[in-house]
Design a binder for this molecule. Structure first.
Ligand code: ZN
Length: 414
């Protein structure tokens, strides 16, 4: 019954939030640059007039244009070599607002930004003129905002670590480019479940929450013994933590890498093997979708309202930063899978899988969820209950983490 009312509530919420009259969808149809003696002109062709705002961000230098949310229909963008442009990206900033980011190689200031309504056979255009600036001028003036579009998002630090939908992104290195590597990276380990949420209950009556905590503690011990990392746990006792708080903790702890540890069960007792998950809106298969749905229900067990705003904020931030973080997460997941196999840990077929795990939604921290085995399989739960077997898994995870950070170091020094 409760579930029924929940659905009614969602339905009404959607009704109330839907605008009564839908404005014609905005599309960006073309984006081009023209180099002039005193400036570079960017012309953005729009399907209709939209309010906008344009401003610069620093570290690294970016030119940002926010518009009403748009469909991106730009085919190719020709970047004049002399204009100091390294890439053009776009993505959703928040509901109703989309963003175009032009990555610049050098300090740049916007000189002018204005809309030209359709006329004389020309479409609606947003024109942004910009040019090189001294470091001093840039520092003094880059915060000037042109245009009047209102957004809820802050214009500064929230975006300085973000990387949205890269137009030429597929070839980008799958390691952090926005953050110099720390001498001692911070790894946040997240033992799944806890408190009134036992997680899966094993064939031998073992609880998933105890296995995940024991594994996380062992991994912390080994990683710290190497002297190479600072390791933090989202929980170090048998307590309940909601999923969005795990994400928030990881961010507050300044995590460079987030690993949520689980050992789930499924209704097929013969299935066994470890797997590593990264975030996706669409699950790689039905079994994975069910698994993610079950893990996400952890919050319901704690009586938490899933409509809480933290979830929504996380969702908004995802689009901002997720594309680059996602590449790094995938790279890390594949690295972990390699080392699990090399370490003699049995894995599922296609052990790197995708699903919408709520705990993987930190927009700026490469995050994976490791299912280290199935509590529903007798052999595996016996293994997972043994400290010796957990050490074997921990060793493999540690080697995967080492390999990941070796790659990060290499990418940032090369
Ligand atoms: Zn779990």
């Amino acid at each position: 019954m409760q579930r029924f009312f929940f659905h009614i509530f969602i339905f009404l919420t959607v009704l109330v939030c839907a605008p009564a009259v839908q404005a014609q969808n905005l599309s960006v149809n073309d984006l081009r640059f023209g180099v002039h003696a005193d400036k570079t002109r960017m012309v953005i062709e729009l399907s209709r007039v939209s309010s906008f705002r344009a401003f610069m961000l620093s570290d690294p230098v970016r030119l940002v244009v926010d518009l009403e949310s748009f469909d991106w229909r730009v085919n190719t963008i020709t970047q004049p070599t002399s204009a100091g442009i390294s890439s053009v990206r776009n993505g959703l900033l928040e509901p109703g607002i989309s963003r175009i980011v032009v990555d610049m190689q050098n300090p740049t200031l916007i000189q002018n930004a204005f809309l030209l309504p359709a006329a004389q056979g020309q479409p609606n255009r947003l024109v942004v003129d910009f040019g090189p600036a001294s470091a001093q001028d840039f520092a003094q003036r880059f915060k000037t905002i042109h245009g009047s579009l209102k957004t809820n998002a802050p214009t500064t630090q929230a975006q300085t670590r973000s990387n949205i939908n890269t137009a030429s992104g597929s070839g980008a290195p799958p390691t952090p480019s926005y953050k110099p590597p720390r001498a001692k990276p911070v790894i946040v380990l997240d033992p799944g479940h806890g408190g009134q949420d036992p997680g899966a209950v094993g064939a031998n009556r073992m609880f998933e929450k105890n296995i995940t905590l024991a594994t996380a503690r062992e991994l912390k011990k080994q990683l710290e013994a190497s002297g190479r990392y600072t390791v933090k746990l989202t929980r170090n006792s048998d307590k309940f933590i909601r999923l969005s708080h795990r994400v928030k903790k990881a961010r507050d702890m300044g995590g460079d890498l987030f690993i949520s540890i689980h050992a789930d069960s499924i209704d097929k007792p013969n299935v066994r093997g470890a797997s590593v998950y990264t975030l996706s809106n669409t699950a790689s298969d039905a079994q994975t979708a069910r698994l993610a749905a079950r893990e996400n229900k952890a919050d319901l067990i704690g009586g938490v309202d899933l409509t809480h705003e933290d979830e929504q904020v996380a969702d908004i931030l995802i689009d901002l930063a997720m594309r680059d973080t996602m590449n790094q997460s995938k790279f890390f997941a594949n690295t972990l899978v390699d080392h699990l196999k090399k370490g003699g840990v049995r894995t599922l077929p296609n052990p790197h899988r995708y699903a919408g795990f709520a705990v993987l939604k930190a927009p700026d921290i490469p995050s994976v969820l490791a299912e280290i085995g199935f509590m529903s399989n007798k052999t595996e739960v016996a293994n997972l209950s043994s400290p010796a077997y957990r050490k074997k898994i921990v060793k493999a995870l540690q080697r995967g983490i080492d390999a990941y950070f070796a790659r990060v170091q290499k990418n940032n020094s090369g």
